[in-house]
Design a protein. Structure first.
Length: 308
């Protein structure tokens, strides 16, 4: 084992010295809801195995309701089919009232424990980029305080916590007070939260709409990236006019440099799960099997851009 590990390290170093990419560690994740497909935890696994997805989203409430025997059976089937866990969504709402947040925080430890029992080590959510009532500083303080509590609970269950910034100008100017909408601002918020398990949910769409580049990605390490979303943008629309709910499948238009995005992450040794989140009405109108086939085809096309 020691010899094999040493050879692996030397092989990676040699590849780097030749300018070659490291072997891909990112997995193609199926999150059925993000492509308009309805599926429970069992059906998600079936779909992933049928269409060639490599990891699946975990659904906290469903996993918490499973009997120990059913959970063992699910995990066994995942192993047999070589399907890994991707990231789960955060099963708590931190964006509303203090009462709502406090109520959800009472439930979070049990849900995080259910994710842990299943073997899920990544949880992600998004940050609203504007508020009608809170100034930037007020919002920053509230987010840091609440998300620090969330991160503590998740950390106690061995989970990393990814936060996604929302980049479109049409989003952060839609309310009275703008909030976090760039990678730099998101990293400032993460620093203020001050928990070692907090990192980024990194989205190619928001990377593009925030006006960022490969240079911004290269400021990160694998440890900074908890999960990844992959999308393209509609052609013929100015950058500052792009709207968050009007995206496209990865590598569909070429507006977003998906190849640059993925290759840069791969060069960082990124091992995050990557899901497709196109917000495409055309995709959502398709029957489930056709939507899944369309999605995996687009994802494999994008992943085919990673240098070998």
């Amino acid at each position: 084992m020691e010899l094999l590990s040493r050879r692996a390290v030397l092989g990676t170093a040699a590849a780097a010295s030749l300018g070659l990419a490291a072997p891909r560690k990112m997995t193609i994740q199926l999150s059925p809801g993000s492509i308009g497909v309805k599926a429970d935890q069992w059906q998600t696994l079936e779909y992933a195995a049928k269409y060639g997805f490599e990891s699946i989203e975990g659904f906290a409430a469903q996993l918490a309701a499973m009997s120990p025997g059913d959970l063992d059976r699910l995990k066994s089937q995942m192993t047999e089919r070589r399907i890994a866990w991707g990231a789960a969504g955060l099963p708590a709402d931190f964006r509303q009232t203090e009462e709502k947040f406090a109520d959800d925080m009472k439930k979070l430890p049990a849900l995080a424990a259910a994710l842990q029992k299943a073997g899920i080590s990544r949880v992600s959510t998004w940050i609203s980029p504007a508020s009608d009532t809170l100034t930037y500083v007020e919002n920053f303080k509230q987010h840091a305080r609440r998300l620090r509590q969330v991160a503590t609970v998740l950390g106690n269950c061995g989970q990393r916590f990814g936060l996604e910034y929302v980049g479109p100008k049409t989003s952060w100017t839609s309310r009275r007070y703008a909030f976090v909408h760039s990678m730099k601002e998101q990293r400032e918020l993460i620093a203020e939260i001050g928990k070692p398990n907090v990192g980024l949910l990194l989205d190619s769409w928001h990377w593009y709409t925030a006006g960022e580049s490969a240079a911004d990605l290269r400021t990160l390490t694998n440890k900074d990236i908890v999960s990844v979303d992959l999308n393209d943008a509609p052609a013929g629309i100015a950058l500052d006019q792009q709207r968050d709910n009007r995206r496209d499948l990865p590598a569909a238009t070429g507006v977003i440099e998906v190849g640059v995005f993925l290759n840069t992450l791969n060069d960082l040794g990124c091992d995050a799960p990557v899901r497709c989140e196109p917000f495409s009405e055309d995709l959502r109108k398709l029957p489930p099997d056709q939507a899944l086939e369309t999605t995996i085809t687009a994802m494999k096309k994008a992943f085919g851009m990673i240098r070998s």
